[in-house]
Write a protein that binds this ligand. Structure first.
Ligand code: UT7
Length: 329
């Protein structure tokens, strides 16, 4: 049993100003609004266009808003974890750069790279430092500048992804609200279906990797789609079973926003009412580690103290899982 409950006590988001619509994409690749809308549910995505700006700038935008909203002084923050696959550099980590941009100087910071499941993993990691009594104020970020690794000549990926993210503050909660349970899984054999081939230790950047466009996201969509629906549905069921919960007990299901058809399939396989499923994909596309905090931010006004919330995600790796929490404010 944890010594303390770790609860989300604030959420904020950041979306860059630039908008890329389906109509814009029609001018760039052989696609059309009807295909994108019917196959993905996406109408537009935000794109960070300013030169010299990277993921840490979006993360810092979210964190500054979070500190302001929660009336927290940057010096009080003890830890910053950033979930991302598009850190500004291979190293140092994005969390460190973000913290410094926000005047957070008393914290230790690191990144978690678990693709679209990154925010969920980071949230659980951060909560453990609170639950053990080691820390009192932890910031968890999910943010990605997917436009930096998307090939805008590849219609199978460029219509899906967008830039943006969000951040939450985790603090001890005396009433027992907050993080309750998680079921996380991984399967490295999924690598062939969704990955960025070049730039790592397997295929370091070279003229060849650039010529072969290996620094861009590669995705074989159909197998990922099927694995995503199965992975999210089974881990939701596992969480419900071992916490003795029925779907009627759950106020909100917060699924990773990769494709509206995936979200709808998960909801219908669970027989969960769609009006209680958070959904932002139409306006933001798939922002990888950013989708879950963006959902929490946009639905913050509708969340109530005590709401039982399931967050579920699936991403490259493969990585997937579901977290269960109760909303604390
Ligand atoms: O966030 C991390 C996890 N990622 C996901 O969960 C994404 C999972 N996958 C998906 O969301 C979907 O598989 C996609 C949206 C990526 C693709 O949708 P799909 O219904 O699986 O399409 P498909 O790849 O099977 O392609 C169907 C057809 C193909 O044409 P043919 O071979 O049937 O003639 C594609 O070439 O659609 C074509 N197509 C397009 N047509 C117009 C693929 N992309 C486009 C496009 N515009 N943008």
């Amino acid at each position: 049993m944890p010594l303390f409950s770790a609860a989300i006590t604030g959420v904020a988001s950041y979306l860059p100003e630039g908008i890329l619509t389906n109509k814009d994409l029609e001018q760039m690749v052989d696609t059309n609004d009807e295909w994108i809308t019917s196959r993905t549910g996406i109408k537009q995505r935000h794109i960070l266009k300013e030169p010299g700006k990277a993921t840490s700038d979006m993360a810092a935008g979210a964190v500054k808003r979070l500190l302001e909203k929660t009336n927290t002084d940057p010096s009080e923050i003890e830890m910053v974890i950033c979930a991302t696959v598009t850190a500004d550099y291979n190293f140092p980590d994005c969390a460190n750069l973000t913290a410094t941009k926000c005047g957070i100087n008393n914290a230790f910071c690191y990144d978690i790279n678990a693709a679209c499941s990154g925010f969920l993993y980071a949230l659980t990691t951060g909560s453990k430092f609170i639950e053990t009594g080691s820390l009192k104020k932890v910031i968890v970020i999910g943010a990605d500048k997917m436009s930096s690794i998307v090939n805008y000549e590849d219609r199978t990926t460029c219509v899906i992804f967008g830039d943006g993210g969000g951040a939450v503050l985790l603090e001890p909660n005396e009433e027992g609200y907050g993080m309750k349970d998680f079921v996380f899984r991984g399967d490295g054999s999924g690598v062939e279906f969704l990955y960025q081939k070049g730039g790592g230790s397997m295929y370091p950047a070279s003229e060849e990797t650039v010529a072969n466009k290996e620094h861009y996201v590669f995705q074989n969509g159909r197998p990922v789609f099927k694995a995503a629906v199965t992975g999210m549905t089974t881990t939701v069921k596992e969480i419900l079973k071992r916490n003795d919960l029925s779907l009627d007990d759950i106020t909100w299901l917060v699924p990773h926003q990769a494709n509206l058809r995936i979200i709808d399939s998960v909801a219908s396989m669970l027989d969960f009412p769609k009006e209680r499923v958070m959904q932002t994909i139409e306006m933001y596309g798939n922002t990888t580690a950013g989708t879950l905090p963006l959902c929490l931010n946009d639905y913050e006004d509708r969340l109530k103290k005590g709401d039982k919330v399931l967050l579920t995600a699936f991403g490259g790796g493969f990585t997937w899982g579901t977290s269960y929490l109760t909303w604390a404010y």
